[in-house]
Design a protein around this ligand. Structure first.
Ligand code: ZN
Length: 132
């Protein structure tokens, strides 16, 4: 990656019904869904959208974080993922500035990429995922 700043990697959208979500993103907009993956108790289907992606999240169990989000807020934007140059450095900076981390250290997210989440309490109600 060049030395530009963070970019939007993807936008995670929580849905209850994958088929009706795909009817919009795939059939109406013509985006090409990737193969479904599994992470954090959710089935994830990514659709490339220019240099970013829409990530559809469907809960696999009622206890999963996405299921709890849906129960509380209904379908909608679940998180925004920003790609940074150096994830460890970005986390250290967030910690130093007092931002609340969900993940103290990076872990494997969808596609095996290293990710870490910031708590929405720290970030104006938006669950932010950082990746590199
Ligand atoms: Zn994500």
């Amino acid at each position: 990656m060049s030395d530009r700043g963070p970019v939007v990697s993807h936008i995670g959208v929580a849905v209850t019904d994958l088929a009706s979500a795909l009817a919009f993103y795939r059939d109406v907009l013509g985006l090409e869904p990737g193969s479904p993956e599994s992470a954090d108790g959710a089935t994830i289907v990514s659709l490339p959208l220019g240099e970013t992606q829409i990530e559809l999240l469907v809960p696999e169990s009622p206890q999963s974080p996405v299921a709890r989000f849906l129960a509380r807020r209904g379908p909608g934007i679940h998180h925004i993922c920003l790609r940074v140059q150096n994830l460890d450095q970005a986390l250290a900076r967030c910690r130093a500035w007092g931002y609340q981390l969900v993940d103290q250290v990076p872990r494997a997210g969808a596609g095996g990429h290293r990710v870490a989440f910031l708590h929405p309490r720290s970030t104006a109600g938006i669950l932010l995922e950082l990746t590199e």
